[in-house]
Write a protein that binds this ligand. Structure first.
Ligand code: SF4
Length: 206
């Protein structure tokens, strides 16, 4: 099935296909009606990567920041979203294109989030117990799986933990496409980009 065009209104629904880093940002945004700069940038670029248009992305952020006025939004936040999309600012290379959505590598090597910040990869940035709580909150509760995740993160194999969760969440669909031979080996490679996680999840579930 073809991908329906993402809009500000269906991000909540689509977020079930997001990797943990983006689910964490989405939940934090919903809980606080706010996200700090680096989290906003990480999330904006991811949303751009799933095909959310600049117009819809601005609507998404405007509606999500429920506690501020239009004036404050326009003055402090709108420009950054446009900048990420390459609609304003940037050097000649970036003009018109904006910034590239971050890979896992990029996200995993950023400075750790400080108090109140939510960017980064939760497999790395969360203390193990908080990580398990976060996973349970997004519906990952299999004990064997959680044990595996704990082991992975203990060895600092963060993206392996993420792939383990993906494979478990999609095990039925992966088995089906493997049996049918409809998904090539390359399409089941280890995920190293949040946007690949989303795309693959969406594809397998549709
Ligand atoms: Fe996100 Fe990559 Fe971390 Fe998975 S491994 S949560 S996709 S940064």
């Amino acid at each position: 099935a073809g991908m329906s065009v993402p809009t500000a209104a269906n991000i909540d629904t689509l977020s079930q296909h997001f990797p943990l880093c983006m689910q964490n940002l989405h939940q934090t945004l919903r809980a606080n009606s706010h996200l700090k700069h680096l989290g906003r940038l990480q999330y904006t670029l991811f949303l751009k990567g799933i095909g959310l248009s600049l117009e819809e992305c601005i609507i998404f952020w405007r509606r999500s920041f429920k506690l501020i006025t239009d004036e404050k939004f326009n003055k402090e936040y709108r420009y950054n979203v446009r900048h990420a999309y390459g609609d304003v600012g940037g050097d000649a290379n970036r003009r018109g294109r904006g910034y590239t959505p971050y890979s896992c590598q990029r996200i995993l090597t950023e400075p750790l989030p400080g108090p109140g910040q939510s960017h980064g990869c939760p497999y790395r940035t969360f203390a193990p117990d908080n990580l398990i709580s976060l996973l349970q909150k997004v519906g990952v509760s299999d004990r064997e799986l959680l044990r595996g995740v704990k082991e992975d993160v203990g060895k600092q194999r963060y993206h392996i933990a993420c792939n383990r969760v993906f494979e478990h969440a999609h095990r039925v669909e992966i088995k089906t496409v493997k049996d049918q031979g409809t998904l090539g080996a390359a399409q089941l490679d280890t995920i190293v980009h949040p946007n690949t996680y989303f795309k693959r999840s969406w594809m397998l579930k549709h």
